[in-house]
Design a protein. Structure first.
Lengths: 677, 296, 225
């Protein structure tokens, strides 16, 4: 392998980024060339003199993802880490710092509209039957010489069928394609921003919002408020009244307008996090079971009880009155001890069980009918297994709740803690850990061995569970990236993998004070989607919006509910806008002055926090200022109710423009005006 | 608890020797605050309030992340924020957990006139005993760190106790328990000093932070709370940490030589007039009037 | 306000008779002030030395003593100012004082017959008066700084230490004066103590200790310059 062929990925990569010189970096980002080179040298120093022992990690959060090109930023990090050999290594990788305790759990369980639990793709109308669906979503291996590829997603049918069995039980048979017809066929974009857009346009008639303050989240909060005014109903499950559950009280709603709002609002008192058991999945993919700490107060009820009751009532109505297609609802399995299932039962259901006696051909191990399966390797595509989420399979076995374990042993001293809780998949703590060894199966760093090939046992073993085909001899040259069809890392993204191109390219945010230095005629991501109702407005510098604005969170507050807690309010009592000293001086603003920030959509009023920590930037020869606002205040809270602040929401400012892959709104960079209020 | 008195090595305003003098029971305890890994999250502020049972205060935004300007009678530890501009023009946000330093030679105790209002335990913790406090505020004069604070309702002085109640049961202080980054450490003074020096060395040698060092001021005999600072030559940048704290010489003089001088002077005065009486007796009144008894 | 003895049957100046030295108003003010000062003295000594801290228990306990000390100090300041109004005329330095001062050795050695005559108050008494007057001003001002614990911001910490210093020095100075004043008024000058309670002294006493005053009030001499 010479890496010299002009059309090989490596050469194409070099060509793509030959334009990204340190001078360009300085022009585009404002980071001085020598500082950038210092950072680059520091990061790449792990491979100095060919050293393969050291490892470097990249950790990021929404500063990267909340952009109209956010996915491409993450892609860039992945390419960098692949080139540096930091993937599969303990202390390496590309690591998302999730902003909520269970966001990982939410996406794992199919909380986003375009995936089913375990990241199975959702069926589309083009999937006329199960076979068509499975064909579309099951990748075929492609083996770039000299690599063999495991292509573990080739087992998709087993996961998909087991999932269908978990949903429809005995109603899912081989004859009826395992009730594939009962699955919704997702025909378009139903992402977050789209839902609100649909409600604004009138096609979404109502919403159930559990622990989700949609109005405060935005983007373009006023649009969400106006959308709710048009909805027929709103159900809010919360622990406090919030901006969403009192949307008609938003500042700016006149008494006359209130009379015209016909939305029926149901407010359900829910349980707080300490009043519920269940599990949370963290950024390291650990499922950690938690116990109830305090009982629910007053008439509050657990979320799962409320949702169960709603479902059971809907089912009852379908039974009584019939409907367009009652079958999926009537056939959904619901064989729990009580009508409202416990989360332990659900966890067991998610883990999966055998529906018939199963025997492993290699080991002759037998799992009896009704027993929990030990892991996803036992799942079948013939209807003899049921599993709510294949990647969680193994979390609650016959041996008990693995996710409730609290073993603090770390025999290897590397911080692996194999007996603390349970991580997916199969309790592997570092994904792709085969890559921590050389092609012969020997760890790159003998002092920090994660996994290795054991010649006498003819197996991969280790301090961590090998993320690999256990008996694949190194000389078989199987690629470590077992979840890709190729088995190797995807430096080049094949067609269809992303809405954007195969290599990341620099694009400016939709609202940017400068043009793209690479291609001013296409400043923004060409596949970005902007929305087009009257509430969707976008700014240009020509309109006078010359200051870059960003939003963020503080350690003292947690999103939109801690403004109800005296403890948090004590630590940060009021909303503020962080303004660079130089900009404040130019505008005659002093610390604590009331200021108004205006975007193309709305405005925000708070006190000025004049700071030295945000410096002006020189972008392509132009002086650009950035200001920042925390998101935590709104129009309902301790200070808000006492009339001690302006009661405006930060996300009234943000634009309804989203990343074309993950549909994440561009909260992190948009244009505003700033003045004294 | 009879043994409790043996654990006290210094008592404020106390006539005569301390019952626990000469007892060597406990090792000195020490809290290490590594300002280089503090993120200013304020979990320690909240933990202290919750452990000690204080309710939350109404605060006001004042162009800073700092919760309030100073510690208070009901707010014993406070992260002080300072946007520090370095010589090269770059800015760093310095964050320092401010609370009682538990000096080995406490100025508050030296200045306090009330018997038993302030004690120092053999483990180094300096504790206010509000039952004996008279609320005079002399401790404020003695403290170089601006720590003792007055409750105007109860007329008592309050400060961080280094969780003496928790420590006496073998637990770490509440702030230490709550810290999410592990920048707060608790242990014996020797161990914490070692840890601090190791960390400072690591900062100097591995990260090029040349002025990193440990703040354990000798002017007060060393402290039960020590800091690792990025720049130990400039502690004032960390929310006004004094560079060379010591008990003010006015207080030292007042509680030391001045006491001797004053007491001797008063005693001397009384002795003097007594001796005068012995020597000269009282003045006599003459019943016959001298027409020219005095000079015109 | 003049402090001349009010003409009364008792001021004919006949030998053996008594004349009024201190009016009722003067005596009340003296003792009220004395009480305030003594309370501050006792509590002040308690705060001054651990060996005298037990004194606080006699006058209300530690916190109570701390509470009353500044209030009564303020009251004493008021008292002092009233006495100033009453006696400032009598306390101005005169030519007689300067003569007396030169011969003060005789006074100390109880050789009073060789002393030049003095007015209503001799130089020593005047020194005491002004010592207390200025002393109380210093005590009051420094005391105010010490009274309100939160009154002085940290940035003016040196001022707190200055208050401590001034308060201590002024207190000790007034205590010194007080020791001598009590000694003089009780042991040294027979009849002195009675005079500040009953108000009267014998004519012999008046002629001996404050001849010029005696002659003035009995009409034998014009008022001093």
């Amino acid at each position: 392998m010479t890496l010299q062929h002009p059309r090989c990925v490596y050469q194409l990569l070099k060509q793509q980024y030959s334009r990204y010189t340190p001078e360009m970096v300085e022009r585009i980002t404002g980071i001085q060339k020598d500082q950038f080179l210092k950072a680059a040298d520091l990061f790449t120093s792990v491979r100095k003199d060919g050293d393969l022992k050291k490892v470097a990690t990249i950790m990021y959060a929404v500063g990267w993802t909340q952009h109209s090109f956010g996915t491409q930023i993450i892609r860039t990090a992945a390419i960098l880490q692949l080139l540096l050999g930091n993937v599969g290594r303990a202390g390496g990788g590309v690591n998302a710092l999730r902003g909520h305790s269970n966001i990982q759990g939410a996406t794992d369980m199919g909380g986003v509209f375009d995936s089913l639990p375990g990241y199975l793709k959702v069926p589309s109308p083009a999937d006329t039957d199960l076979a068509a669906y499975l064909k579309r979503i099951t990748p075929t291996a492609s083996k770039p010489a000299p690599w063999d590829s495991f292509n573990y997603w080739s087992n998709t049918p087993k996961f998909a069928v087991s999932y269908l069995k978990s949903q429809f039980g005995d109603a899912a048979t081989k004859e009826n394609d395992f009730a594939f017809d009962y699955m919704p066929k997702v025909d378009r974009n139903y992402s977050w921003t789209q839902i609100w857009d649909n409600m604004y346009r009138g096609s979404v008639k109502g919403m159930l919002a559990f622990g989700m303050n949609g109005v405060a989240i935005g983007p373009d909060s006023q649009k969400n408020i106006d959308a709710l005014k048009k909805a027929d109903f709103l159900v809010v499950g919360e622990i406090y009244p919030d901006e969403t559950s009192e949307f008609w009280k938003a500042p700016g709603t006149t008494p006359e307008e209130m009379k015209t709002i016909n939305t029926t609002v149901y407010r359900l008192a829910c349980a707080g996090f300490a009043e519920k058991d269940g599990s949370m999945t963290n950024s390291a993919r650990w499922l950690q079971w938690k116990n109830v700490a305090v009982p629910t107060p007053g008439e509050c009820r657990l979320d799962q009880d409320i949702v169960s009751d709603i479902f059971l009532k809907v089912r009852e109505l379908y039974k009584k009155e019939g409907g367009k297609f009652p079958d999926p609802i009537l056939s959904l399995t619901w064989s729990y001890t009580n009508p409202q299932p416990s989360l332990a039962e659900l966890a067991k259901e998610i883990n999966g069980k055998a529906l018939a006696d199963l025997t492993d051909p290699k080991t002759q191990q037998v799992i009896k009918r009704g027993q929990q399966v030990p892991g996803f390797a036992w799942l079948k595509d013939d209807g003899t297994t049921s599993c709510g989420n294949w990647i969680y399979s193994g979390c609650w076995t016959e041996a008990g709740p693995q996710l409730a374990r609290r073993g603090t042993e770390d025999p290897s001293g590397q911080g692996i803690y194999p007996n603390w809780a349970w991580s997916w998949p199969a309790n592997r703590r570092v994904l792709y850990n085969r890559a921590s060894c050389d092609p012969s199966g020997k760890p790159w760093d003998a002092e920090r061995k994660q996994v290795w090939w054991n010649e006498s046992a003819q197996l991969w073993v280790g301090n961590d569970v090998p993320d690999f085909k256990p008996d694949s001899h190194p000389k078989e040259h199987m690629g470590p990236f077992i979840m890709t069809p190729e088995g190797v890392g995807r430096v080049f993204a094949p067609l269809g993998a992303f809405a954007d191109g195969p290599f990341p390219e620099h694009y400016e945010p939709i609202e940017s004070p400068v043009q793209n230095a690479f291609h001013p005629n296409q400043s923004n991501n060409p596949v970005v989607k902007k929305l087009s109702t009257p509430a969707d407005k976008y700014a240009t510098p020509g309109d006078g919006f010359n200051i870059v604005c960003t939003t963020y969170r503080l350690t003292e507050h947690y999103h939109y509910w801690t403004k109800n807690n005296p403890m948090n309010v004590q630590l940060i009592p009021e909303p503020f806008v962080e303004i660079p000293v130089e900009l404040a001086q130019e505008l005659g603003i002093k610390g604590n002055d009331k200021v108004k920030v205006t975007s193309a959509r709305s405005y925000y009023v708070a006190k000025a926090f004049v700071t030295k920590r945000i410096k002006p930037m020189m972008i392509d020869g132009k002086k650009v200022y950035q200001i920042g606002l925390p998101i935590h205040q709104g129009y309902r809270g301790i200070q808000e109710d006492a009339g001690r602040d302006a009661r405006t929401i930060a996300n009234r400012l943000t634009p309804t423009v989203i990343d074309p892959n993950a549909y994440t709104p561009e909260f992190k960079g948009f244009l505003v005006k700033l003045e004294k209020a | 608890m009879s043994q409790a008195t043996l654990q006290i090595v210094k008592i404020s305003g106390h006539a005569g020797p301390v019952p626990g003098a000469g007892v060597e029971r406990a090792e000195q305890v020490c809290k290490l605050v590594d300002t280089t890994t503090c993120i200013g999250c304020k979990a320690c502020e909240v933990a202290c309030l919750e452990w000690n049972g204080y309710t939350f205060t109404e605060t006001v935004f004042d162009n800073s992340y700092q919760t309030m300007p100073e510690t208070a009678w009901n707010y014993w530890n406070l992260i002080k924020f300072n946007e520090h501009e370095r010589e090269d023009g770059s800015v760093t946000l310095l964050m320092r957990k401010d609370q009682c330093m538990h000096c080995a030679d406490p100025g508050c105790l030296a200045a306090c006139p009330a018997d038993g209002a302030i004690v120092q335990y053999s483990n180094g913790i300096v504790d206010f005993q509000q039952a004996n406090c008279i609320g005079c505020g002399y401790c404020v004069s003695g403290c170089p760190f601006n720590i003792p604070k007055f409750n105007s309702a109860t007329k008592k002085m309050f400060k961080c106790t280094l969780c003496s109640d928790r420590v006496s049961e073998g637990l770490e202080p509440a702030c230490i328990k709550s810290c999410p980054t592990g920048c707060l450490h608790f242990g014996t003074k020797d161990d914490m000093k070692d840890l601090a020096e190791t960390r400072a060395k690591q900062l100097r040698e591995n990260y090029g932070i040349e002025k990193a060092g440990v703040y354990d001021p000798p002017g007060v005999g060393g402290t039960g709370v020590i800091y690792v600072l990025h720049d130990v030559t400039n502690p004032e940048a960390y929310g006004g940490l004094p560079k060379d704290p010591h008990i003010p010489w006015v207080v030292k003089f007042w509680k030391g030589p001045a006491k001797w001088i004053g007491n001797l002077a008063m005693l001397g005065g009384i002795l003097g007039v007594t001796l005068h009486y012995f020597r000269y007796g009282p003045k006599e009144v003459h019943s016959d009037t001298h027409e020219n008894g005095g000079q015109p | 306000m003049s402090s001349h003895a009010i003409s009364s049957p008792r001021t004919t100046g006949e030998a053996g008779e008594r004349i009024l030295r201190y009016t009722l108003v003067e005596r009340v003010h003296h003792w009220v002030g004395a009480l305030f000062y003594i309370y501050c003295l006792i509590t002040g000594l308690a705060f001054w030395s651990p060996y005298m801290y037990w004194l606080a228990a006699l006058v209300g306990g530690g916190p109570t003593a701390r509470f009353w000390h500044p209030w009564l100090g303020l009251a004493f300041t008021g008292s002092m100012f009233w006495m100033y109004r009453m006696w400032r005329g009598d306390m101005a330095t005169t030519a007689a004082d300067l003569r007396w001062r030169k011969a003060v050795k005789h006074y100390i050695e109880n050789d009073d017959q060789n002393l030049p005559p003095e007015g209503r108050f001799n130089w020593g008494q005047k020194v005491f008066f002004w010592l207390m007057f200025y002393g109380v001003i210093l005590l009051a001002l420094s005391g105010l700084g010490l009274w309100f614990v939160e009154s002085i911001p940290w940035s003016l910490h040196w001022f707190r230490l200055l208050c401590v210093t001034v308060h201590v020095v002024a207190a000790l100075a007034t205590i010194g004066g007080f020791i001598i004043h009590v000694y003089m008024g009780t042991a040294m000058i027979r009849g002195g103590f009675t005079s500040i309670i009953r108000g009267e002294v014998s004519t012999a006493w008046a002629k001996t200790h404050h001849r010029l005053w005696y002659e003035q009030v009995t009409g034998k001499l014009p008022p001093p310059k």
